[in-house]
Ligand binder design. Structure first.
Ligand SMILES: [Fe+2]
Ligand SMILES: [Fe+2]
Length: 264
């Protein structure tokens, strides 16, 4: 886990970096929106459970949380969900209904604490409206990002993520060429379906974000990015025609294992 820090007046990031051997690091972020009704967005990785809970407690008493917003039910977002719900008995779980149904195959999701959202639906967290927005790229059918009416930030779930070369605190700290390459590669890794989509169709999804014009993009997989929406949309527009990602297979694994053995 990295140290939590303030992104803007009332938003904190709980950051982590997951090392990807041979490729770099994937940032894995959760966020706290210090709204009148405080919101935790996603719950980090289970492998760093102690660190995650400590980081959350350093920002606020979890008992004061009123909402836990789950952008989707992938493991890098749900890692500490059960622990958080126990520590935050006053919080409701805002998520897509399918996410809750899918998670129910693994553990008893408390349906009486649920608030089900589809893209376009909103909750009012006291001083702001949080609207569910499906991002242009997603790797899971339950994905709902958030547009925050007060901060005008877009919490984009996996979209606008990037594999980066070294840990950083802000997207401005990542060299521009690395950021472009890292974001285009991640998009291909995480949303391989995009290569089957007509660029003109995909550009309509990008236009919806352009019209929304968020001041900040808070991706689960990139450092907080202020004033970069136009630039990021240009990167994503290149993805459908970019070379598709091919995952390493057995010969690559054997090479990695040989390196590990050689190093030990
Ligand atoms: Fe995901
Ligand atoms: Fe993710």
């Amino acid at each position: 886990m990295d140290k939590p820090h303030r992104v803007m007046q009332d938003i904190e990031v709980i950051p982590a970096h997951f090392p990807i051997p041979g490729a770099g690091f994937l940032p894995i972020n959760a966020f706290v929106i210090k709204a009148q009704e405080p919101v935790l967005v996603d719950t980090g990785m289970g492998i760093e459970s102690e660190g995650f809970m400590k980081a959350l407690e350093s920002i606020m008493d979890p008992r004061d949380l009123k909402w836990v917003w789950l952008t989707h039910d992938d493991a890098d977002h749900t890692g500490n969900l059960q622990r958080v719900l126990e520590a935050a008995p006053n919080a409701r779980l805002a998520a897509n209904s399918l996410a809750m149904l899918r998670m129910s195959t693994a553990w008893p999701v408390p349906i009486h604490r649920a608030h089900w959202l589809n893209s376009g639906d909103s909750i009012v967290a006291g001083d702001r409206t949080l609207t569910a927005v499906r991002p242009p790229l997603f790797d899971n059918p339950t994905t709902i990002g958030i547009y925050d009416s007060k901060s005008e930030a877009f919490f984009s779930a996996d979209c606008f993520g990037a594999i980066i070369q070294k840990p950083a605190q802000d997207a401005d700290d990542v060299p521009e060429g690395d950021l472009a390459q890292g974001m285009i590669s991640w998009a291909s890794v995480d949303s391989p379906w995009v290569h089957r989509v007509e660029p003109s169709t995909f550009s309509q999804a990008l236009d919806r974000i352009r019209q929304m014009a968020p001041k900040m993009i808070l991706s689960a997989h990139l450092q907080p990015a202020r004033g970069k929406t136009g630039q990021f949309l240009e990167y994503l527009a290149r993805v459908p025609a970019s070379p598709p990602f091919v995952a390493p297979n057995q010969p690559a694994l054997e090479q990695i294992l040989a390196q590990i053995r050689g190093g030990s």
